[in-house]
Ligand binder design. Structure first.
Ligand SMILES: Cc1cc2nc3c(=O)[nH]c(=O)nc-3n(C[C@H](O)[C@H](O)[C@H](O)COP(=O)(O)OP(=O)(O)OC[C@H]3O[C@@H](n4cnc5c(N)ncnc54)[C@H](O)[C@@H]3O)c2cc1C
Length: 209
């Protein structure tokens, strides 16, 4: 069976950050089929179209769906209560193919972060880099650490120049190299993160002409 529609039992639906909810739903047949990177289509009463929400985690028959209240559908989801039956079509999408023996660097921001948790749990010793708009929207950092990931996060306007236009991060061995283009000052900042010593090292600033 690839996917199906089933009633999942709602175990919990908690607000974990400003407007962001962590819904746990149980179905022993469908939840174990989910691969990292796949999503669930949640039926919302009174709405014709299902709402797509990524699989944040799947363990012991429980799917974890972390979602942000955006419009009417997700608002109704946020009001669903423990014990309710949630009609879910899952798992959908191709998911990610994780190769054993490779080290992965997972990069994401905001509400794009939840599917990275299940992915981190499928990889060995991953490096997880996440960014959030403000400190009230930071999510899942403890979960990443519990999954054995090395997790770094940043808040926009905190550690990076506010007018950054592009942020490129590579993982090369034990270093993360960050290149920040600050359009307003026409500067390119380069710094590297030394994981073993847990600190950033400036590599230099280049003035763009
Ligand atoms: C594959 C996939 C995975 C997603 N995973 C997550 C997740 O893990 N967490 C999370 O918070 N959000 C996720 N989203 C976005 C989430 O589906 C939308 O925020 C949600 O559908 C908004 O519904 P609403 O009724 O609250 O908003 P409304 O604005 O009222 O929605 C109006 C209509 O637009 C459709 N719609 C809205 N946003 C999207 C969208 N991004 N893609 C397709 N149709 C959309 C809805 O189905 C509805 O028919 C995902 C979207 C996709 C496509």
């Amino acid at each position: 069976m690839k996917y199906d529609v089933k009633a999942f039992e709602l175990l919990s639906n908690e607000e974990i950050a400003d407007g962001i909810f962590d819904m746990r739903v149980k179905n022993d047949e469908l939840a174990p089929l989910a691969k990292c990177g796949q999503f669930a289509h949640v039926y919302v009463p009174s709405k014709t179209l299902r709402r797509p929400i990524s699989v944040c985690d799947s363990e012991n028959g429980v799917l974890r769906l972390v979602y942000q209240v955006k419009g009417e559908g997700t608002k109704i989801m946020s009001e669903m209560k423990k014990g309710e039956a949630v009609d879910i079509l899952a798992p959908l999408g191709n998911g990610f193919n994780i190769e054993k023996g490779k080290r992965y660097c997972l990069i994401g921001g905001g509400i794009g972060v939840p599917p990275m948790l299940y992915t981190a749990k499928q990889t060995e010793n991953p490096l997880v880099i996440t960014g959030f708009r403000n400190k009230d929207l930071i999510i899942l950092q403890d979960d990443f650490k519990n999954a054995g990931a090395y997790s770094l996060f940043d808040v926009e306007g905190n550690n990076v120049p506010t007018s950054w236009a592009q942020l490129l991060i590579f993982s090369s061995g034990y270093y993360i190299i960050q290149i920040i283009v600050d359009i307003s000052s026409r500067k390119l900042f380069i710094r590297r993160y030394d994981i073993e010593n847990d600190r950033w090292q400036e590599w230099g600033n280049i003035i763009m002409t």
